[in-house]
Design a protein around this ligand. Structure first.
Ligand SMILES: [Zn+2]
Length: 419
């Protein structure tokens, strides 16, 4: 997208670029990236934010020039920058620099071959400049965004004027379920939460929910497959972002018999401590305040990744009303109870291990779905378990047993000549 009229604010450009000359040159580029420039993704080596509440500049140093497409989104206010796949080798604390109009930002893989940077802004902003500068005089190539504060009315007008057909992420899960002719074994879809640009919650040592839940889902997959009774597919099997609706669609189009979304929770320090695993099902009204908070947090995944939410069908509540999903709901509840029963033997459970709330990822009207929060990344003992291979194997085994306990009578009941 190059349609933006980018006026150049020369004063800001000069102060900031001149100030920063040489900074990036020191950080250098990796020899490996230079060795095969045509195949390797570009590398982001450093970044910085400068300016104030009226004008803010966001700069990322790159080892070479690349294309970009930048646009703004409302509710919440965001600036999204789509790029070819980038290797981010930024200093560890780079993501914590926020200043001026930039409230928070994150970066990562949004789809195979594509990276994204999402900035949360303090209010409506105008993209005054969004470009990648060539490397000059000892400075590396730089991605430069200039944000200028604006009012909501102008912001909404700008959005309406922009033509950006490719805004939304339309990625396919990285893997299609195995299709073997005549294989009537039930398909279990495992859904490791978050991924790519969306890290999920964080442990005290920098452990990321997206990694913890992917490792768990992979172990669970092995346990389920080794039993031979089920086919298994995962909504993601690598560090890629998948929109919530896409996860649901994946389970539905492949006729999943069960959908298991895997997450790990965290409590803000002010809310004290909690521990153990919880199994959630879908409901219009949350079972308690904590369940409501959690569903809200998990439902934010799309906003975090810069998905335009204004074009989405409406609330969870509205959808629920219309769904002829009583049977699915009953199955989901039964399965959730079975999971809690089996997990008891292997893992620590939350004091109220069975809860419900309006999770978008549980919206399939025809696939029994649960969301398992394995434990709390914010609780020391839980985090130790969540990152332990022994715990993972034990807990995945219990969950695989729950799938077996729940589905085997059903297969027997309907199976007849089935496998
Ligand atoms: Zn999560």
């Amino acid at each position: 997208m190059t349609a933006h009229a980018f006026a150049i604010t020369t004063t800001l450009a000069c102060t900031m670029l001149c100030d920063w000359a040489g900074v990036a040159a020191e950080s250098g580029m990796t020899a490996r990236a230079l060795a095969s420039p045509t195949e390797s993704p570009a590398v982001a080596t450093d970044m910085r934010v400068g300016g104030d509440d009226k004008q803010t500049r966001f700069v990322v140093d790159l080892n070479r020039k690349i294309d970009l497409a930048a646009f703004t989104l409302a509710d919440p206010f965001r600036v999204v920058v789509d790029l070819p796949q980038i290797t981010f080798k930024l200093p560890a604390k780079a993501g914590e620099q926020t200043r001026g109009l930039v409230k928070a930002f994150r970066y990562g893989l949004i789809m195979q071959g594509g990276s994204r940077i999402v900035l949360d802004t303090k209010g409506p902003v105008r993209l005054d400049k969004a470009l990648v500068l060539d490397a000059v005089e000892g400075q590396p190539a730089r991605l430069v965004l200039d944000l200028v504060a604006t009012d909501r009315a102008s912001f909404m007008r700008n959005i309406a004027l922009e033509k950006h057909p490719a805004h939304n992420v339309s990625v396919r899960p990285s893997e299609a379920p195995p299709k073997v002719d005549g294989d009537a074994r039930p398909l279990i879809v495992l859904d490791p939460g978050h991924g790519g640009i969306d890290n999920g919650t964080k442990g005290s040592g920098g452990e990321l929910e997206k990694d913890v839940v992917l490792a768990f889902a992979q172990t669970l997959r092995e346990k389920l497959e080794s039993g031979g009774k089920f086919r298994v597919a995962m909504t993601r099997s690598d560090d890629t972002f998948i929109p919530l609706a896409e996860r649901v669609r994946f389970a539905r189009t492949h006729g999943a018999a069960l959908f298991i979304s895997v997450h790990a929770d965290a409590l803000p320090r002010s809310e004290g401590q909690a521990e153990g695993a919880t199994v959630y099902t879908l409901s219009e009204n949350a079972s308690d305040a904590e369940a409501a908070r959690l569903a809200e947090a998990e439902n934010k995944a799309d906003a975090i990744a810069g998905v335009d939410l204004t074009t989405e069908p409406d609330d969870v509540a509205n959808i629920l009303v219309d769904l002829a999903q009583r049977e699915t709901k009953t199955f989901s509840m039964q399965f959730a109870r079975t999971v809690v029963g089996e997990l008891k033997t292997a893992a620590r459970l939350h004091k109220h291990p069975l809860k419900s709330a309006g999770f978008k990822v549980l919206l399939a009207p025809d696939v029994p779905s649960v969301l398992v929060e394995l434990g709390y990344m914010s609780t020391k003992d839980d985090l130790k378990q969540l990152t332990s291979a022994a715990w993972r194997a034990r807990t995945a085994q219990a969950l695989a047993q729950a799938v077996d306990t729940f589905l085997t009578p059903r297969i027997a009941g309907t199976g007849g000549g089935r496998n």
